[in-house]
Write a protein of this length. Structure first.
Length: 281
């Protein structure tokens, strides 16, 4: 595996380095982990490794230092005045193209990963870092962490990397608009109380709690996280009648499958089910 000063990956589990949980850590801590191009490229490479390695059954994404991720690397745009760039594109066109080609794909990589994703938010999640923090399946926030959307009040641009999609669905329109327009920091405990994240935990316990949560998720049937995501996405755009039909049709395929049969046998035998790992392809 190629090394990178900005991102590293470890394996955790009962068997040490041969465990079933991938831990990906952003470690540009001196700069609070901005989303520079090298970091994003390396992160996508590691997510591809997780996707292809069927022995991995869960992922924890976290960071080192005081910040989880402070969003775009504005230092790389510091000399820009909004005019044409060296290649003839405006700064806005260059930014949008980079988002289409890299940053947006990073968020989709996380959302489409065939294993559950736990985001352990160790510190500030600001700007596009909010979208990254919310792109997993279960978000745990350290007590000192906070969420900050400076896009509109400070920069006159819209929240991006899926931030508007995530916060509107989790918080509702009123709170999503308030956070977007006022730019107030949302502390971890309030974020948990509002339902933006799964839980707020003490700083020193964050990584241990995240790995323990990932260990629980790793025991799920292969494909369970994909089914859950798809079912909830379908529900968000469906009537009750349409969703009832969707659920019945999914059961047509899933009831009687190996995972269901193992679950029934485990219930009858009063034991925990043991589900088969992911299969290639």
């Amino acid at each position: 595996m190629n090394s990178s000063p900005a991102v590293r990956m470890e394996r955790h589990g009962d068997n040490g380095d041969s465990g079933e949980i991938a831990l990906i850590v952003l470690q540009d801590s001196a700069r609070m982990n901005p989303l520079g191009r090298p970091l994003q490229l390396r992160l996508r490479e590691l997510l591809a490794e997780v996707r292809e390695d069927t022995s991995l059954r869960a992922l924890v994404l976290t960071a080192e230092g005081r910040g989880f991720c402070v969003g775009a690397d504005l230092s790389s745009m510091g000399g820009a005045q909004g005019g044409a760039q060296a290649d003839g594109r405006t700064l806005g066109a260059q930014t949008a193209d980079n988002m289409h080609q890299l940053s947006n794909r990073l968020i989709l990589d996380l959302q489409q990963l065939p294993v559950p994703v736990v985001c352990a938010i160790n510190g500030a999640a600001a700007g596009a870092g909010v979208g990254l923090a919310l792109a997993g399946d279960v978000a745990l926030a350290a007590r000192s962490a906070y969420f900050y959307l400076p896009f509109l009040p400070r920069l006159g641009i819209v929240p991006d990397l899926g931030t508007t999609w995530f916060i509107e669905r989790r918080l509702g329109r009123a709170r999503a608009l308030g956070l977007s327009l006022l730019g107030d920091r949302l502390g971890a405990q309030q974020a948990a109380d509002w339902g933006l994240v799964w839980a707020c935990v003490d700083d020193e316990a964050l990584r241990e709690q995240a790995l323990a949560t990932a260990a629980r998720l790793a025991r799920l049937p292969a494909g369970a996280v994909l089914e859950a995501r798809r079912a909830l996405d379908h529900a968000a755009a469906s009537t009750l009648e349409q969703q009832l039909h969707y659920e019945a049709e999914r059961q047509r395929d899933l009831v009687g499958a190996p995972a269901f049969m193992e679950g029934v046998q485990a219930f009858m035998q009063k034991r925990e089910p043991v589900f088969a790992p992911r299969q290639p392809g």
